[in-house]
Design a protein around this ligand. Structure first.
Ligand SMILES: *Cc1c(COP(=O)(O)O)cnc(C)c1O
Length: 369
């Protein structure tokens, strides 16, 4: 039986290969391979796309988080409020700087930070907050920025899964003090290798991140150092390919939305929870996540019929072994834990055929008959 993958990057490449080859060959011939004109152009384009003034290309989405937090002055002893229902890198970036991730439970519908729980978790040491627009669904940014403003907190949007998603008519990336994107190949805007970016309106913050990515060097000379930095730069090859793909991003995101709507419709009669949508947001469905009480049985049933599925996220971060010392126990963040037990992704990618979605939905429906 033909396998139905979660995502088909080869199919995407087929549609754009001539343009990508030309862009990549242009870089090979140019003699500029790191932080050159392609990176600069991509920084401007991604900043403009997300409604921010500055873009700073870095080596990956994890470094984007680390450098942005570092530039904002987050360090040892500080606490950063964030969600336990995300990819590990979100919390890892906080810990990497010697700060402490403070996990706040999630909203059962959006799977994003439950803003009503923020105040309970805030202390004198709270310095920043990282909302994650999980699976491409924007977090409740009005509540988050109002809370942050009251308490003088730095807001960093982890938009690794959400480039192009809209909150109240504005794209993510311009809703906090800074935002980060990942260009990991499977992301909605993915390169042919690693890459990431920070976007911000704050000129000073942008300058610090620009310095941090090249060892904390002075903008005027590579050999004058002002900060202890990193080597975290974006390659010209990735930037050139990403510039080609950025032109298709809206079209691809729209195709994902259409596929998601079809799934929603076809799965309306069975006891699975389909992704939440509201008037306020226009998500990009980085993943199409459903919740099912019978998760294990349903995942096995689908896999046996050639349909790739994957659990996101099976272990919420507050219960990860590495965070044992934070002292969480099962039951402490009940919503994140309940969602983790039931949620998994069905295949969704722009090039997908409608008949494939029908086949997958039919298979889910048959499982429940
Ligand atoms: C992918 C991802 C990251 C990390 O990005 P990399 O480019 O893989 O380092 C961070 N946060 C979230 C929510 C992600 O999905």
């Amino acid at each position: 039986m033909n396998k139905t993958p979660l995502l088909d990057l080869k199919a995407q490449y087929k549609g754009i290969q001539e343009e990508v080859k030309e862009a990549v060959l242009g870089v090979l011939e140019s003699g500029r391979y790191i932080l050159g004109p392609q990176v600069q152009a991509l920084e401007e384009e991604v900043a403009a796309f997300s409604g921010a003034r500055f873009g700073i290309g870095v080596a990956n989405g994890t470094d984007a988080l680390v450098l942005a937090l570092d530039a904002a002055g987050v360090g040892p002893g500080d606490e950063v409020l964030t969600t336990p229902f995300t990819f590990f890198a979100t919390a890892e970036s906080i810990s990497r700087l010697g700060a402490v991730p403070v996990f706040v439970d999630i909203d059962p519908k959006t799977y994003n930070l439950d803003t009503y729980q923020l105040e309970k978790k805030r202390t004198e040491k709270t310095k920043a907050i990282i909302p994650v627009h999980i699976f491409g669904q924007p977090a409740n940014m009005d509540e988050i920025t109002a809370f942050a403003k009251t308490h003088g907190l730095f807001v960093l949007e982890d938009a690794a899964q959400a480039i192009g998603a809209e909150y109240k008519g504005r794209r993510v990336g311009s809703l906090g003090d800074a935002a980060t994107f990942s260009f990991f190949p499977t992301k909605n805007l993915g390169g042919y290798g690693d890459g990431g970016m920070v976007v911000t309106d704050d000129e000073e913050l942008a300058a610090r991140i620009r310095s941090l990515r090249v060892h904390g060097s002075d903008p005027k000379s590579k050999y004058l150092n002002r900060l202890i930095g990193y080597n975290s730069r974006l390659d010209e090859l990735q930037a050139a390919a990403l510039r080609v793909k950025l032109q298709y991003l809206e079209e691809w995101n729209e195709a994902r939305r259409n596929h998601a709507r079809l799934y929603d419709r076809l799965l309306a009669e069975v006891p699975v929870v389909t992704p939440f949508s509201s008037e306020d947001v226009n998500p990009i469905y980085h993943l199409y996540i459903i919740q099912a009480e019978e998760k294990e049985g349903l995942m096995t049933y689908l896999r046996e019929r050639g349909i790739a599925v994957n659990a996101y996220y099976p272990v919420p971060l507050h219960l990860q072994e590495v965070y044992r010392e934070l002292g969480f126990r099962e039951g402490d963040l009940p919503v994140a834990e309940a969602v983790s037990k039931r949620s998994f992704a069905l295949p969704l990618y722009p090039e997908m055929k409608e008949e494939t979605i029908h086949f997958i939905a039919d298979t889910v429906n048959t499982f429940y008959q």
